[in-house]
Unconditional design. Structure first.
Length: 275
């Protein structure tokens, strides 16, 4: 009996497939993201991310489901589903989440000290600039999540002192597996006694295409200034889950300005490792 109990507890760890039965007879099947004495957080197959108060839960048991569906939603339950190539969305990393993203330009470290809060630091491979990040998330309604955060950085060891900040807000519709996010923020830069800023926007999304592959799109839209036109930087690409704790992604960037589209000849790549 003790061995069976231990095995059951092991199978109900975050990231495992479960069936949550409610006291009113309702039922959810999906990936368990977190569970405590207050609530159960689940990435369900029917409505996406859902939080169920503990008082409404009758039982949580291991679920048996098809391998194809398991691969799809389990990939969405990884902490990497809380971001795209550059921007993030309204989903939290999770209270047990931490990862490193190695990109073409440098490493990005992200940690979750609380379920709905993440902090991080990113830089280049030469250690300059250095950027700190913070993001808080909240579930607004079924399939609707929101985030508010900021990036704050400086030039690091390079003699010229540059300070920049980007507060932003994001609204996400969908599940961790398939979603779309609209974000808006304000980028501020101070350098050599001068400073200024411009509004930035983003439209991003992802959808699971097959097996462990997700199709993704990310963008950064820089508003027009007094002497410059609007600039759109887009990144279509894909992400492949290479294991339970890792993923590889590649994007094919392009820029749009003054009515012209310019393709970037070198793709950008990234490799996630969950800590």
């Amino acid at each position: 009996m003790l061995m069976q109990s231990a095995a059951a507890q092991e199978s109900l760890r975050p990231g495992s497939w479960v069936t949550v039965e409610k006291v009113d007879g309702g039922q959810y099947v999906g990936v368990l993201l977190s569970s405590d004495e207050r609530e159960v957080f689940l990435d369900s197959t029917s409505v996406g991310s859902v939080i169920i108060p503990r008082g409404l839960v009758r039982s949580i048991t291991p679920a048996v489901i098809g391998r194809g569906a398991q691969s799809e939603v389990t990939a969405g339950a990884l902490p990497f589903s809380s971001r795209y190539f550059i921007t993030t969305n309204g989903f939290p990393i999770g209270d047990d989440g931490a990862y490193i993203l190695f990109t073409t330009f440098g490493p990005d470290f992200q940690f979750a000290p609380a379920e709905n809060l993440s902090v991080g630091i990113l830089t280049t491979y030469i250690g300059s600039p250095i950027i700190g990040s913070i993001k808080a998330t909240a579930r607004i309604a079924d399939r609707v999540n929101a985030a508010a955060g900021a990036l704050i950085g400086w030039s690091g060891w390079i003699p010229e002192t540059i300070f920049f900040a980007l507060p932003y807000g994001s609204l996400t519709y969908g599940s961790r597996a398939s979603n779309i996010t609209v974000s808006a923020g304000y980028g501020y830069v101070a350098y050599d006694g001068d400073d200024g800023g411009r509004a930035l926007f983003s439209v991003a999304g992802q959808t699971h295409a097959w097996s462990k592959v997700s199709l993704m799109f990310d963008s950064i839209i820089l508003s027009a200034g007094s002497t410059t036109s609007m600039l759109v930087f887009g990144m279509p690409g894909l992400r492949v889950a290479t294991g339970a704790n890792s993923a590889f992604q590649v994007a094919f960037p392009f820029a749009y300005a003054d009515g012209e589209i310019m393709m970037v000849p070198i793709p950008t790549v990234g490799y996630f490792v969950r800590m």
